[in-house]
Design a protein around this ligand. Structure first.
Ligand SMILES: [Zn+2]
Ligand SMILES: [Zn+2]
Length: 277
């Protein structure tokens, strides 16, 4: 984004760190940045590689305060600013990071409840007391990250997890302090498919996967072979919802098409719908 002012900042805008600092006149570092000139406290919830364990529970973000080593304190840092935000008149602005160096503005926030303390590992992995601030949007402007955006930190962490030794992995998996899964609403684009095209593709396949030519792996409750209808050129890539772009696949092959989309497989399916096998 080119240079914008605070009044022009909109929910969903994605800024880099330089732009963020310019808008708020704040320091380029830290997860809680006090900006005196704009009377703001900028909170950054980094889902990609923060040491902190911020988590959403529906519309409340449980935001871990500042202090990387040892017990967190309420004095001499921005934990106090946030703690007192109901009466100190400082505006709390939240940015979330779903991808490295991209700060998504998610709006003005307010304390949803009293801050509390809990044990979380510090940067050296030692358990210590942190302050957790339950915050929610100050107004009803609900920001829902797009599903793809929301999933990016998970995918990145999955890659990191693969590089760990069994021992390291077990330690991390056991350390997860919140066994209750956290949740949040995300937005996703849903394509509305023609039921007639779907049924047509299923009938053409006649119970046999059109990629691997194996029978459907099981039957549905109403005794129909279980196959899934796939669009050869994905709807998300502009493919048509038409009988010459729809095939019926077994779940394995369907996953394979979405994971790999190998050209020779695509070619095979294109020939299948043309009736030339
Ligand atoms: Zn198959
Ligand atoms: Zn598909």
């Amino acid at each position: 984004m080119s240079s914008i002012g605070l009044s022009e900042l909109k929910i969903g805008n994605i800024l880099n760190n330089g732009e963020l600092c310019e808008v708020f006149k704040c320091s380029p570092q830290g997860g809680m940045r006090r900006a005196l000139k704009t009377n703001s406290l900028v909170l950054i919830s980094n889902h990609v590689d923060a040491i902190y364990d911020d988590r959403w529970a529906e519309d409340v973000l449980h935001y871990t305060g500042m202090g990387q080593i040892g017990d967190q304190k309420l004095e001499g840092n921005q934990n106090k600013t946030l703690y007192e935000s109901e009466k100190n008149g400082v505006d709390i602005h939240l940015f979330e990071v779903f991808e490295d160096k991209q700060y998504t503005y998610t709006g003005l926030m307010a304390l949803a409840d009293k801050p509390y303390q809990e044990i979380q590992p510090d940067i050296e992995g030692n358990p210590r007391l942190v302050y957790v601030f339950p915050i929610k949007r100050a107004f009803d402007s609900s920001y829902k990250p797009a599903k793809e955006q929301f999933e990016k930190p998970f995918i990145k962490k999955q890659k990191q997890a693969r590089k760990l030794s069994d021992k390291e992995l077990l330690a991390k998996a056991k350390q997860n302090p919140h066994q209750e899964p956290s949740s949040r609403e995300v937005s996703s684009k849903q394509y509305i498919r023609s039921p007639w095209v779907v049924e047509h593709a299923l009938r053409q396949a006649n119970g046999v996967c059109q990629l691997c030519d194996s029978p459907a792996p099981f039957k549905t409750v109403d005794d129909k072979p279980f196959l899934e209808v796939h669009h050869i050129v994905w709807l998300a890539n502009g493919g048509a919802d038409s009988i010459d772009n729809a095939v019926a696949l077994c779940p394995n092959c369907h996953r394979k098409m979405h994971a790999l989309n190998i050209p020779s497989d695509v070619q095979k399916l294109k020939l299948k719908v043309k009736g030339i096998t």
